[in-house]
Design a protein around this ligand. Structure first.
Ligand code: SF4
Length: 491
């Protein structure tokens, strides 16, 4: 127990980068707890509410569903209203500086509420909690935080919450380790139509700009039988779409001893399950093998959308990023996939302003976008992450140059996306209706198999269903249309 600014702090474990990047020293345990809720914690949430703010990627959304599952089992109800909450968890993202600044802004805002309601419990978890500097900053400057835990010990939430509630001190428990797999976690999924199915955790790629291998541990695959059982159960429950999730799903199975079993094998088995749509994310070109391509070309419930981050168009920069493939190898792979799945949409991630990036090298990113004709792309300005090798490189591209290049890149990506969307004009597309459009509650929104956003007017009763829409207007990022009857489709 230490004391800072009058606040007792119990540190059970705190993050350690060196530990976080170790590999090959620990065996992966598959933990199958009967119950994760200590007796005295059952019912502690009766009449109380929790709020989880989730930042960042789908992996965090998945983890928040597990945390919500645990809190519901403790009797809490969920709320979206900060003022109603008795427990507030910030499930954080450490991928870029602005993501971190957003969280510290929120932490600051919650101080006033904590002063007003001292019994409120505020916790910080997710990838930022795995960073030494972040945990130190919270302990030194934000003593109104009650709980800090990480990405490896989410299943410990009930016990840690008990200690924070009864102990009145700040509780810090963050494990920096290679990582285990915890099965049987209670799960409060968002919605009844689409579901995230985690197939693996962590990443061993160590791209020089990326914090994930330090915050999420080593690549470790769930057992195929556990994944398939989960997918079968979701199909039984009537889910229409699942997304197989991992930081690098293409490395699935590489760590399963004695098993020649990869993502292609898993997709092939899921291909036989009666669920209309199957997606997967996030891929890494280095592990995208021919077997997977041949399985994906079977179609059926394996939808025609490939998200394959390239990050840059110049091989020198790819080398500095330690992506371990060249531009040429990426182009060859992209063409191989497009040959095998001709009507697939192809999307990617791109970083501008990486250390030493010259105008000529940036131009190669533009020329790669023209050559592959990505249907869309997530584009980012390089943001140094403390503890990563790239953070030691001189961040020598001025911010105004980074912004100017991002502007040119986005203009090109938009131009191609708009052109590609024109191919859908007057076509009839299959749409999984996700709900009301964000912009207009009288309009419904959903996605095609190629992950195009479609907006159309229809009765709310079709939400959660697969319908057919005739495209009447193709825009840069979305399609507008009219719902058509099945009969018309057959014509
Ligand atoms: S593959 Fe993705 S998650 Fe893994 S280190 Fe590279 S960028 Fe990060």
């Amino acid at each position: 127990m230490i004391r800072i600014e009058g606040r007792d702090i119990s540190i059970y474990d705190q993050p350690d980068y060196k530990q976080g990047k170790r590999r090959g020293k620990e065996d992966v345990q598959v933990i199958r707890p009967d119950s994760l809720i200590p007796e005295e914690m059952k019912g502690i949430g009766k009449g109380k509410k929790f709020l989880i703010r989730t930042y960042g990627c789908q992996m965090n959304t998945h983890d928040s569903e597990n945390m919500a599952g645990l809190l519901l089992e403790m009797g809490f109800e969920s709320t979206e209203e900060t003022m109603e909450a008795d427990v507030i968890l910030l499930n954080t993202c450490a991928i870029r500086e602005n993501a971190e600044n957003k969280v510290f802004g929120e932490i600051g805002h919650l101080k006033a509420l904590k002063v007003e309601r001292p019994e409120l419990i505020v916790g910080v978890c997710g990838c930022m909690s795995q960073e030494e500097s972040v945990v130190n900053r919270i302990m030194q400057k934000h003593q109104h935080i009650d709980l800090i835990f990480g990405t490896h010990n989410i299943h410990r939430l009930p016990e840690l919450l008990r200690n924070a509630i009864y102990g009145k001190e700040m509780v810090v428990e963050v494990w920096s380790k290679e990582g285990d797999i915890v099965e049987n976690m209670p799960r409060a999924r968002q919605g009844k139509t689409q579901a995230w199915v985690n197939i693996m955790y962590g990443c061993d790629k160590f791209c020089t700009y990326c914090i994930v291998p330090y915050t999420r541990g080593k690549e470790r695959s769930r057992l195929p039988e556990d994944i398939i059982a989960e997918v079968r159960d979701l199909a039984r429950q009537g889910y229409k779409e699942i997304t197989l999730l991992g930081q690098n799903v293409n490395a699935y199975g590489k760590d399963l001893e004695g098993k020649n079993y990869g993502l292609g094998h898993l997709m092939d088995e899921i291909h036989k399950i009666d669920i209309p749509r199957v997606r997967f994310t996030t891929s890494h070109p280095r592990d995208f093998d021919d077997h997977l391509i041949s399985v994906l070309s079977k179609g059926g419930n394996l939808v025609e959308h490939i998200h394959l981050p390239v990050q840059h168009g110049n091989s020198e920069i790819l080398k500095l990023m330690a992506r371990k493939y060249t531009r040429e190898q990426y182009v060859e792979l992209a063409h191989k996939i497009k040959m095998a799945i001709p009507n697939a949409s192809f999307t990617t991630d791109l970083i501008v302003g990486f250390p030493n990036e010259t105008e000529e090298q940036f131009e190669e990113t533009l020329s790669l976008v023209r050559e592959i004709e990505f249907d869309s792309a997530y584009t980012y300005i390089y943001s140094p992450r403390e503890g990563t090798p790239a953070a030691k490189m001189k961040d020598n591209v001025p911010m105004e140059v980074k912004r100017e290049r991002l502007g040119r890149l986005n203009a090109l990506v938009n131009e191609i996306s708009a052109k590609k969307n024109l191919d859908y004009q007057d076509q009839i597309v299959e749409v999984l209706v996700e709900g009301e459009s964000k912009k207009n509650p009288d309009v419904l929104a959903g996605r095609t198999r190629t992950n195009r956003l479609v907006n159309f007017v229809a009765p709310k009763s079709v939400i959660g269903k697969i319908v057919y829409v005739k495209v009447t207007e193709a825009k840069t990022w979305s399609l507008n249309g009219e719902m058509v009857e099945m009969a018309e489709v057959k014509q």
